[in-house]
Design a protein around this ligand. Sequence first.
Ligand code: NAD
Length: 511
Amino acid sequence: MTVATPSSVSALLSRLGLAEENAGAFDGTWIQTHGKRYESLNPATGEILGVVREASTADYERVATSSVAAFHEWKSWPAPKRGEVVRQLGDALRRHKEDLGHLVTLEVGKVRSEGLGEVQEMIDMADFCVGLSRQLYGLSMHSERPLHRMYEQWHPLGPVGVITSFNFPVAVWAWNAMIAAVCGDSTLWKPSEHATLCSIAVTKIAQEVLEANGAPPIWNLAVGDRHVVGQPLSADPRFPLISATGSVAMGRSLGGVVAARLGRSLLELGGNNGILVTADADLDLALRAVLFAAVGTAGQRCTTTRRLFLHKSIAAEMKDRLIQAYGSVRIGDPSEPSTLMGPLIHEQAVADYRHALEQAIEQGGKILFGGKVLDRPGFFVEPTLVEAIPHMPITCEETFAPILYLFEFENLDEAIALHNSVPQGLASAIFTLNMRSAEQFLSVSGSDCGIANVNIGTSGAEIGGAFGGEKETGGGHEAGSDSWKTYMRRQTCTLNYGKNLPLAQGVTFEV
Ligand code: NAD
């Protein structure tokens, strides 16, 4: 039974300003694109939700030119005034939360509460950015020269290219576009080919806010694949920063292109996240956290728990409890409020799931639960538990599906070493009630990831912290803390208010 009927879906799309066929580029006005047809599919049913036409090279050029012009106007707006525009965007998102959240569910298959949660994350970002718009501060330093003042200030950087993945089709735009906006930058968004309607709906909401404020078109859009939009954008010297979220393969290719022109890139790439459960852990807490982090979003979060390290003394009990819990996960239509796990994004993701499990078995793994593709329309698979052998090659890769590999350990040093032995370094967690174990995990000899939690799972980060990961995850940090600095250029200023010209380091140069 689906709660989203064809008529309720078409009413929802029309409330968000979406048509059956949509223009795929925005530069302050919607550009009637004529490129490749992207059919936006509901992954729960395989039905077409709408069509978007890809931008052409000429459309891209128009949008890029507009982003540059918008930047030059916007950068002169006082930062708190820019913050006020972002505040109003937050309010507009509050008004559209229900519809936009439902669109996320329909287009990428997230369950209802996660679709709504994604829009809430945008709203939280807006609130954060309003405060940030009054806190873009630099430091002042004492000069070694008399009657001199030295300080640093932060200026807007320029137009920013924002390339996003399908699995956070709206929130990742907000992380970038809102911070960039208060920093005085415009953005050109290249969304995932699998979440085009979400990007158009968000841009329409943003357009209303810009127009109401007489602001330049700082939030631009160009829908297209890597060849038509992604690569031209990353190679475009008019964009000093490219912020890209996606797979390690994407980051490797894009990072090289941006580096070759000495641009700045902010890379948020794949993870292979682990949770350690020690002998003294609160197993009830650990079980709930593992379940959400491994099964939530059908295993399609960058922070999804993919590896679980269990102390030998509690391993048998945890495995039994996990098997039981996995058996009670309600899989189905993500629009149905009681569903806990929706579909994978597309047919290829189902093939990747099958392939990973074949590899796991070949490499000595044993399936404890799940392992099957469900025989129903859409792209549904079972959440799967695999008993694994340390260093099985497949466990060192990110498969974007709900597969959890289980390992056993005897001492914490050994578990941390195994945890850190993969190329990715995004999110990690330990469940323990032992203060020494917790501190060891957080210490310099502990987790090597960008995110390290104690008694909290790997997924579901708050926006107040800087989000990102190390090693092949790309080293980028977005959202909270001082991530804004990536979107600005630092200028060190020294001012002489005396009558002499002393040189630094005592150098003399007199004629
Ligand atoms: P993907 O790499 O297939 O695509 C991501 C985006 O990059 C898309 O818009 C795509 O068109 C574009 N792209 C791909 N190759 C490109 C290239 N060479 N040049 C320019 N653009 C290019 O990823 P996906 O399947 O959409 O998303 C899943 C991946 O994203 C997973 O690996 C996941 O871990 C990762 N992810 C990471 C984070 C994070 O914050 N670290 C967050 C969300 C998703």
